[in-house]
Design a protein around this ligand. Structure first.
Ligand code: G4P
Length: 525
């Protein structure tokens, strides 16, 4: 392994923010990017007040509904480190996208609204992080508003999310009486000065008389409270954090950019550098000399000016340089990656190089799928990038029959992004669209119109669920294909699926065909 790679790996931090909508993820992201100065981003930060960053037509919809539909990637420097922040859609209907994005990070930041505590989406996203024991930092936001008691919030996180909390900072008051935060490990108080551009006065030492001067009798209350907090909560344990068993907790106000420096300082210090990744055959260490990476997301038509699809690849090992020849394991072919991109502000930039932990955007002309592995020749397949069986189905009805080709192309390309899945029955010409959330159907109609000039509508279809079909015994599989052909379809990537009209039908079929494997999730093959 080369020193240059090790050095770059140690500098990298790649993470995502997980939160329930409205907790303050976007606001926090904006503040983080301000720290970075030079902003490199793919896609855009959801923008509420200005549409400066809204580069895609279809983001109109996101604005209308006030949800973040797209994931984006941002890179920024922070205190000698290079931070890659992968944004995730907050809305439940886009959870598949979020799950896959979480497979591409090494840590996550959980944002909690201090008035609301642990909410439903936070619970779901934590479950996903648990699958890989992803280390989690916690930011309790909106301390400038009346919220719940901090000890009560920590207790809720511990109880509901089943993770130990180690408070790193502690709020002094809240809402109108919010005075600042005390750093339990630096023994310092940072004063809250609302609407100020400066960081607020730093007072060293809890017994500093300046606190009595400023707070009067409240200073002693603070000292007593901190003693209580130290007694009642866990001390930060780096190993437990890295194992995903403990979360360091920070308090602040994203909107006021308060408490964010403390969070980020700890983040770059404690969060793990790019970690080894599993493949079907072996673990790949980030500081291996040879390049490897996997695609976790495909997004079409990010920029209407470009009309193309971008595959987001997480670099897992080695060093990417422009013009490199890479081996695409699934199809067993070498491709020259001349024009991989990163994004500087809203403009696309060609990536000259990338290191483990970085995200590269590859132009995709339909040959790249989510889960694809790229190497420098070795045939590897990274594991753990899931597709989920959809739970909602609609038959797509075209309004103008002459546009059938465009419809098919649109549906195919949109399902490559992974948010919806297209099923084409073996026995008829129906086009059945499956999704995990109902909002995805609306997005498809909207995008088909905007990007492919196709108007379509939906019809109900008698499909309860889909299962991917696997069988080692070719003869059995052929027999199954013959006998069950009425309920068989190919998904967008050409995989055989069983389309079950009802739960009972699925149960009976599974009983009748014990040698056939019916899978609810599919990993990339
Ligand atoms: P999200 O991405 O997690 O969905 O949350 P987002 O950042 O959009 O924040 C949701 C709302 O919470 C926004 O208000 C935002 O301004 C507000 N907010 C975020 N951080 C803080 C904070 O520290 N204190 C307070 N008091 N509010 C905060 P909004 O009314 O939806 O939008 P806006 O009109 O304020 O921009």
């Amino acid at each position: 392994m080369s020193d240059a790679i090790t050095q770059q790996v140690n500098k990298r931090r790649t993470f995502a923010i997980i939160s329930h909508p409205d907790a303050g993820k976007t606001t926090l992201t904006e503040k983080l990017l301000l720290f970075g100065g030079a902003i490199q981003m793919a896609g855009s930060v959801k923008s509420r007040k200005t549409d400066k960053h809204a580069t895609s037509d279809w983001m109109e919809m996101e604005k209308e509904r006030g949800i973040s539909v797209t994931s984006s990637v941002m890179q920024f420097p922070y205190k000698g480190r290079v931070v890659n922040l992968l944004d995730t859609p907050g809305h439940a209907d886009f959870s598949e996208d979020t799950y896959r994005t979480l497979t591409a990070v090494d840590s996550a930041l959980m944002v909690i609204d201090s008035a609301k505590g642990v909410e439903e989406r936070t619970i779901k996203l934590m479950e996903v992080c648990r699958l890989r024991d992803t280390p989690i930092l916690t930011f309790i936001n909106k301390l400038d508003r009346e919220g719940r008691e901090p000890l009560e919030l920590l207790d809720e996180v511990e109880r509901i999310l089943n993770i130990r909390c180690a408070p790193m900072t502690w709020p002094i008051g809240m809402g109108k009486g919010f005075k600042g935060i005390f750093h339990l490990y630096h023994d310092s108080v940072r004063l809250f000065e609302p609407h100020s551009k400066d960081e607020g006065e730093l007072i060293q030492g809890l017994d500093n008389p300046r606190l009595d001067e400023l707070f009067g009798a409240m200073a002693q209350d603070l000292r007593d409270e901190i003693e209580l907090v130290r007694g009642a909560s866990d001390e930060f344990d780096l190993e437990a954090f890295l194992a995903g068993e403990m979360t360091p907790v920070f308090f602040g106000s994203a909107m006021n950019n308060f408490g964010v420096t403390e969070l980020m300082d700890a983040y770059v210090e404690y969060a793990p550098a790019p970690q080894p990744r599993q493949t079907k055959t072996r673990d790949v260490s980030p500081d291996e000399d040879v390049f490897s990476g996997f695609v976790f997301k495909i997004q079409a038509n990010m920029d209407p000016k470009h009309r193309d699809r971008i595959a987001f690849m997480r670099v897992c090992s080695g060093h990417y340089t422009k013009g490199m020849k890479l081996h695409q394991s699934r199809i067993g072919k070498d491709v020259t990656i001349a024009n991989a991109v990163t994004f500087m502000a809203a403009e696309r930039e060609q990536a000259e190089e990338a290191w483990p932990g970085d995200i590269l955007g590859l132009h995709n002309h339909g040959t790249i799928q989510i889960g694809d592995t790229f190497t420098q020749g070795e045939s590897l397949q990274f594991t753990g990038i899931p597709y989920f069986a959809p739970e909602l189905f609609r038959r797509v009805r075209l309004k103008d029959p002459l546009k059938n080709k465009a419809l098919l192309k649109g549906l195919q390309q949109l399902s490559e992004e992974g948010a919806t899945q297209l099923f084409r029955p073996l026995d008829n010409n129906d086009l059945i669209l499956g999704a995990v959330g109902v909002l995805q159907f609306d997005v498809v109609v909207h995008r088909l119109k905007g990007e492919y000039g196709v108007e379509c509508a939906y019809e109900p279809v008698q499909v309860h669920t889909a299962r991917w079909v696997y069988c080692d015994d070719d003869r059995k599989l052929e027999e199954f294909k013959r006998k069950a052909s009425l309920n068989l379809a190919l998904d967008g990537a050409g995989n055989l699926t069983y389309i079950a009209p009802s739960r009972v039908n699925l149960d009976l079929t599974m009983e009748r065909w014990p040698d056939i494997d019916f899978r609810a999730t599919r990993e990339h093959l």
